[in-house]
Design a protein around this ligand. Structure first.
Ligand code: PLP
Length: 412
């Protein structure tokens, strides 16, 4: 299998070129085998833990085919909105395999989730009290705690710090306890999620201590949920979260806690990025090359309407010219066609680009398509999944009808 030198592609470059031709560009391509390998890596790393629950965080990519694939493999689902819950149910997940961890939602939405029968994580004292007053006896819940540990590679995705809107502060624990006792709520799970891109294994371990500290005070627990934050490399030099190291260290702590608690609980993780990110490739075509006084711009048939991470999070994504992979390397600034600054990559080293060439962005599986929009009235891209060596179109490219679908034309 021919691979590009700079970055480890799991798909053949010729295959990617063929797909660009067959389905057109811009195009998202996902490698199902890579997703499964990542899942296996997690299972392997935490194999010392007795009851392990892995729930894919569907907000990373909600294409129902991807959800069905995970369902088939026995992976659970983690959701953050009632619509994600519904898609999960449509994909065939049993409700108890779906965790719903929303933030800032209304009581009505929580009640809907209860009607679907999914596991609910409440992250707000007011909702906890309301839920307790109405449903305490017939519906156990989980509580999302904020352990006040700073994780996250970027302020937009760092959700565990002191001023964060996520979770109920660990310092408000006496208040949580009072509500639970007064309303006789049954607490079946404790949850924390400190944000994406956690580099340091110590962060997880400190979080674990805090969660166990709280957990020992609840008698009916079934599970403890550590959320996610497992990092993958975006840049060939990046260091991913060392889950091989984390697994045994956490395992030791967990087993010690189970002895104290008197029961083996399920240990849950909710990875999104770790499973999906590297499985995805985003293919675009170079419309024009523009040489200015200081830069060479490669202008592609896409923009932040399709792929917003570089602009929104300042994320680095590797970009290769798959039409000329062994050409002479030059510096290019890759930009989109949106009428606003939309730079995908500033001065990237890319093998010589000609107009019409296909560029491939790496790490396009998670938080890419799902954050796309119709800005500038552009169609959102098609999605293709490679499954058992076959390519399947899993989302059509949009058409003008899609742009007008919900418009109500009035007589003027
Ligand atoms: C976003 C999110 C995740 C997934 O985070 P990743 O960094 O993609 O692994 C897990 N749990 C919750 C509650 C989330 O909001």
């Amino acid at each position: 299998m021919k691979k590009l030198e700079n970055f480890s592609y799991t798909l053949d470059v010729e295959l990617l070129r063929t797909l660009a031709e067959k389905y057109g560009t811009p195009l998202y391509v996902y490698d199902a085998e890579k997703m499964m390998n990542q899942y296996e890596k997690i299972k392997q790393a935490f194999s010392c833990i007795d009851k392990l629950g892995i729930h894919y965080a569907s907000k990373a990519n909600t294409n129902i085919n991807i959800l069905k694939l995970f369902k088939k493999k026995g992976i659970g689902l983690d959701t953050v909105s009632i619509q994600e819950v519904e898609i999960g149910i449509m994909a065939g997940f049993p409700p108890k395999q779906i965790i719903y961890t929303p933030n800032g939602v209304s009581m009505e939405e929580i009640i809907k989730a209860k009607e679907f029968g999914v596991r609910i994580h409440i992250d707000n004292l007011s909702l906890l009290e309301q839920f307790g007053q109405e449903f305490s006896l017939d519906y156990p819940i989980g509580i999302r705690l904020n352990p006040h540990i700073v994780g996250g590679g970027n302020e937009k995705i760092s959700v565990g710090h002191i001023d964060s809107k996520f979770g109920i502060s660990y310092y408000q624990f006496p208040h949580i306890k009072r509500i639970v006792e007064n309303t006789k709520l049954k607490v079946e799970g404790l949850h924390m999620h400190t944000g994406s891109d956690i580099l340091d294994v110590e962060i997880f371990l400190r979080g674990a201590d805090i969660l166990f500290d709280a957990a020992i005070k609840f008698k009916d627990l079934e599970y403890i949920d550590f959320g996610s934050g497992f990092k993958v490399s975006y840049n060939p030099g990046d260091v991913p979260t060392d889950i091989q190291k984390l697994g045994p260290l956490l395992g030791k702590k967990v087993n010690k806690f189970y002895k104290e608690y008197g029961k083996t609980l399920c240990l849950v993780f909710e990875p999104g990025k770790f499973i999906l990110s590297e499985s995805g490739y985003f293919l675009v075509k170079v419309n024009t090359i523009k040489q200015t006084i200081s830069s060479v711009f490669a202008c592609v048939n896409s923009g932040f309407n399709h792929f917003i991470r570089p602009m929104f999070y300042n994320a680095y994504h590797n970009i290769e010219n798959i039409s000329n992979p062994s050409g002479r390397v030059r510096l290019y600034t890759v930009v989109g066609y949106i009428c606003e600054a939309d730079t995908f990559g500033l001065n990237h080293q890319i093998s010589e680009i000609h107009e019409g060439d296909i560029l491939c962005f790496s790490n396009a599986g998670a938080y890419c398509f799902c954050m796309s929009s119709n800005y500038n009235s552009r169609y959102r891209p098609a999605e293709v999944m490679i499954y058992k060596k076959q390519d399947y179109l899993i989302r059509q490219r949009e058409t003008i009808q899609d742009l007008l679908r919900n418009i109500v034309e009035i007589t003027l």
